[in-house]
Write a protein that binds this ligand. Structure first.
Ligand code: ATP
Length: 467
């Protein structure tokens, strides 16, 4: 959609959460509410702000490796020289940080924020950046930054540290049609930071029932626990995820909270899509890559310290070690695998005791090998069961002395406690990117490059308590 006089830009943000109590989505909510005022309400928000999860195995992430992209239509006078807009956003960020710092002793050592602005149309040459940051390690060096700049990105000089990887990758999420979901994030009063969250459990179940099929992972009925609240110091009160903005916004009127809810924002996200689980073969695996890989079980599973199950698998290119850890609850399935089973797993490659292993987060058993238990035949003369006499020595009847070298053994198929099926960890152990079972069949591969204006996606209800 092209509106005369408006030029399109994307703002990318990442790694502002290292402020204790901070969170990059919180800063994004502040910018979304304040930037229009600074630009005299001449901006139009295109699309819901994007909350883009990146490689879950990156060791230097704080929590869920989330980055933000905000898509705006702005008067072309601001877009022709991005430095004016950059300065306005930097001032907002500075204001945000100063207000945090004046209230709390919050700056922590690994503060590596990144702020970038990109002019649209986005360059084809950066099309692979999102997938690389989602599934592998991106190196922040001079050539990375100069490529961004050549392709129409402006990198903040004030906030141009490691976070620019996530910030620019989030912007490039737009590029290809991909599956997506929505998340409503609500924020706490700053007076409540560090205290336990107060949410009415029954109302979460009501929300879950009323939005069944449109929202997911709200409540774990087996464990009787709420799944929508984080447990850290961050400013998020709760977050609900679903298929549409309307579905997740219903939470605002249904979920009852017993502490102030001071702001909210609806994000479009790659969460719950399995977008990180890309197909790889054994020889392509390296530490910190994410993968989906299929192969044949090569040895009987080994159970090691802590109950972790290790399985060796091979494909046409080599061998892979798979690790099934206790919290995923997949170790029950892993421990009954047998040689010859054909499986597909998804997970992240990590080093474990100096060995490269795939930390498995999902397993699908595609085919089970058939195993038989065999015993010697009966003696054809007297009917007594014969005995094996060692390699190459055949079977002998102890009663009448008959020897047979290649008898037909009596074999029975062993019934295995394992079925051809997909298994996921329980909802409370599912990480951000993992597609829950409820979403299978709901995938939309249509995150359109065409941006549409959206109106009500964020609100700061209590400005004095928000910041
Ligand atoms: P939160 O979920 O609370 O926002 P976080 O888990 O997103 O926190 P960050 O503090 O943002 O953690 O740290 C992630 C850092 O890793 C960022 O600086 C980001 O740019 C960088 N990063 C993300 N993906 C990659 C990647 N694939 N390769 C290299 N660096 C990456």
């Amino acid at each position: 959609m092209q509106i005369p006089g408006l030029c399109y830009i994307s703002i990318g943000l990442d790694d502002f959460d290292a402020l204790k109590y901070g969170c990059t989505t919180h800063l994004a909510t502040y910018i979304l509410n304040e930037l229009p005022k600074k630009l005299r309400n001449t901006v139009l928000l295109f699309d819901y702000p994007n909350l883009v999860r990146l490689n879950p195995s990156i060791p230097w992430k704080t929590r869920g490796n989330g980055a933000i992209a905000i898509r705006l239509g702005i008067p072309c006078e601001y877009a022709s020289d991005l430095s004016v807009l950059m300065q306005i956003i930097e001032e907002l960020v500075e204001d945000y940080i100063n207000r945090f710092l004046s209230k709390f002793d919050v700056r922590v050592p690994d503060f590596e924020p990144g702020l970038v602005i990109a002019r649209h149309p986005l360059s084809n040459d950066l099309a692979s950046l999102y997938e690389k940051a989602l599934t592998d390690v991106v190196v922040l060096d001079h050539s990375f930054i100069s490529k961004l700049m050549r392709k129409g990105f402006m990198v903040s000089q004030r906030y141009g540290r490691r976070g620019i990887i996530g910030a620019s990758a989030a912007i490039m999420w737009l590029y290809k049609g991909r599956d997506y979901t929505f998340e409503l994030l609500t924020y706490r009063s700053k007076k409540m930071y560090g205290k336990s969250r107060c949410i009415d459990e029954e109302s979460v179940k009501v929300f879950d029932n009323l939005t069944r099929g449109e929202s997911f992972n709200n409540y774990d009925y087996k464990e009787n626990r709420i799944l929508i609240t984080p447990h850290g110091l961050d400013p998020i009160l709760y977050g609900v995820r679903g298929e549409t903005p309307d579905a997740v916004k219903k939470a605002l009127s249904i979920i009852k909270v017993c502490e102030p809810l001071v702001a909210w924002t609806v994000f479009r996200s790659n969460q719950a899509t399995d977008d990180h689980a890309i197909y790889r073969v054994a020889k392509e695996l390296n530490p910190f890559k994410t993968c989906r890989i299929s192969g044949v079980v090569a040895e009987k599973p080994a159970i090691v310290r802590g109950g972790t199950v290790i399985v060796k698998m091979f494909d046409a290119t080599g061998e892979v070690l798979l690790a099934f850890f206790k919290p995923s609850q997949l170790f029950n399935i892993a421990s009954v695998l047998d040689i010859g089973d054909y499986i597909e797993v998804q997970g992240q490659v990590k080093l474990w005791n100096n060995l490269q292993v795939v930390h498995v987060e999902k397993i699908a058993i595609l085919n089970t090998s058939i195993t038989y238990k065999c015993r010697p035949p009966k003696c054809p003369r007297c009917g007594k069961r014969m005995e094996k006499k060692g390699l190459g020595k055949g079977y002998r009847c102890e009663k009448c002395g008959v020897i047979i070298f290649n008898p037909e053994l009596e074999c029975k198929k062993i019934v295995r406690g394992i079925a051809v099926k997909l298994s996921l960890p329980p909802p409370h152990s599912q990480k951000h990117l993992m597609k829950p079972i409820d979403r299978y069949g709901k995938e939309r591969n249509g995150y359109s490059y065409e941006l549409l204006p959206v109106t009500i996606t964020t609100k700061i209800i209590e400005p004095l308590e928000f910041l």
